[in-house]
Write a protein that binds this ligand. Structure first.
Ligand code: THG
Length: 378
């Protein structure tokens, strides 16, 4: 099955890095926050092996920043998330579920506290900008909500530290996980954070100067040559192995953050002012009805999971698979599954209606435990 090509236009916004992404042979695009995002270069499996062994430069310009600025910026940020932001320091990023009054997930951004009265929400694929503006207007808050021109560029992989040290010297090596600091390039201070949407380690550079974007890309590329730098993008296999959920795929507004396994980012019994806190506290006290887990699916590689696959126990539907991929390192298919109460214990056997017919599966905790050997799950 070949899918038709994606038509690119003004609505499917390009980024300042798109020329390099295309010169380096991007093999597919998806649309994320109304913007182009590469899905593979040399094929998802080859990209995966390279990401886990070397270092890649990722154009993640689609991780848009929603800026909150002004006297009520901190209040609005706190209203939107159920994570307690009261002890957040300037220069610190936090992964924070955004939740509506019913407890539904609105987004799962990284929130950066830039100043006491200025925050960036680095958002996943939903229109947080509109939601924030609506709240600010409806509640009469004294805050400016904007989507500034900032395009994150990620450096990911085990050799990311080496590349960044070659490029910027010691300035970046001291940045702690999810911390950020300004680093100069061509006379401009760029915010650099130790973060990124892989479990291989790395950095994200918040590029707020389109005119310097290609120079920066080329500078990083040259610094990366000794480390076998390659082009890359968020990798389906690696992110499933590592337990990184994709908003819109593995969780939607129909899900609450507790069933998505984001419990440690939900301070449900705090006293801070958050739109979703009461709903999430109630769900917490009553107990969730379903939970996200990992799933190892039997047999060889499967056709892509482009729509959820029904999971059953032999007679009744008990959940759905939302993302799946063949993992070369685990020597099995790995997947995310949302499972009903009673079926989510690791070790549980289930049946999955894949596009290649019915397969067996075994529930796993997340992130997937490292296999003892490549054939551990074969
Ligand atoms: N970086 C930036 N913006 C983003 C993403 C990113 N916006 C969209 C999307 N990714 C948001 N979702 C996530 C999900 C998980 C993480 C980051 C962003 C992540 N989680 C850590 C983990 O699971 O290991 C834990 C973080 C913590 O403990 O606080 O990294 O990637 N700029």
């Amino acid at each position: 099955m070949t899918l038709p090509a994606l038509a690119v236009s003004r609505r499917t916004r390009r980024t300042p890095f798109s020329p390099r992404v295309e010169e380096l042979g991007v093999a597919g695009y998806t649309v994320y926050n109304h913007m182009l995002l590469a899905t593979s270069f040399r094929g998802v499996e080859e990209d995966y092996h390279h990401l886990k062994s070397h270092v890649q430069i990722w154009d993640v310009g689609c991780e848009r920043q929603v800026e909150l600025k002004g006297p009520d910026a901190a209040r609005l940020a706190q209203l939107m998330t159920v994570r307690d932001l009261s002890n957040t320091q300037i220069g610190q990023g936090l992964y924070a579920p955004l939740v509506d009054v019913d407890g539904g997930m609105v987004n799962d951004p990284v929130i950066q506290k830039l100043e006491e009265d200025r925050f960036w929400l680095s958002v996943a694929d939903s229109d947080v900008w509109l939601w924030a503006r609506g709240l600010a207007y409806g509640l009469g808050l004294d805050v400016e909500v904007s989507e500034p021109d900032v395009w994150p560029l990620a450096i990911q992989g085990p050799k990311a530290d080496a590349l960044m040290a070659a490029a910027f010297g010691d300035a970046v090596s001291g940045i702690r996980f999810f911390g950020f600091q300004p680093v100069a390039f061509k006379g401009h201070d760029f915010i650099i954070a130790r973060s990124g949407w892989s479990k291989q380690g790395g950095f994200e550079i918040y590029v707020d100067r389109a005119d310097l974007a290609l120079d920066l890309w080329d500078f990083l590329w040259d610094a990366g040559r000794p480390f076998n730098v390659g082009p890359g993008c968020p990798n389906l296999i690696e992110r499933i192995e590592g337990g990184l959920l994709s908003y819109g795929n593995d969780m939607t507004s129909e899900n609450n953050p507790l069933e998505c396994g984001l419990d440690r980012y939900c301070h449900v019994h705090g006293s801070f002012e958050s739109l979703g806190r009461e709903a999430v506290a109630r769900i917490h006290d009553e107990g969730v009805k379903r939970k996200v887990r990992g799933l190892r699916i039997d047999g060889g590689p499967l056709k892509p999971c482009v729509e959820p696959w029904v999971v059953h126990d032999g007679s009744n539907a008990i959940g759905q698979v939302t993302s799946a991929a063949w993992s070369p390192d685990f020597a099995c298919n790995v997947a995310f599954v949302m499972l009903n109460h009673g079926f989510w214990m690791p070790g549980q056997s289930v049946r999955v209606e894949t596009l290649d017919g019915e397969r067996g599966g075994i529930v796993s905790e997340l992130p997937f435990p490292r296999p003892e050997s490549a054939q551990a799950y074969a």
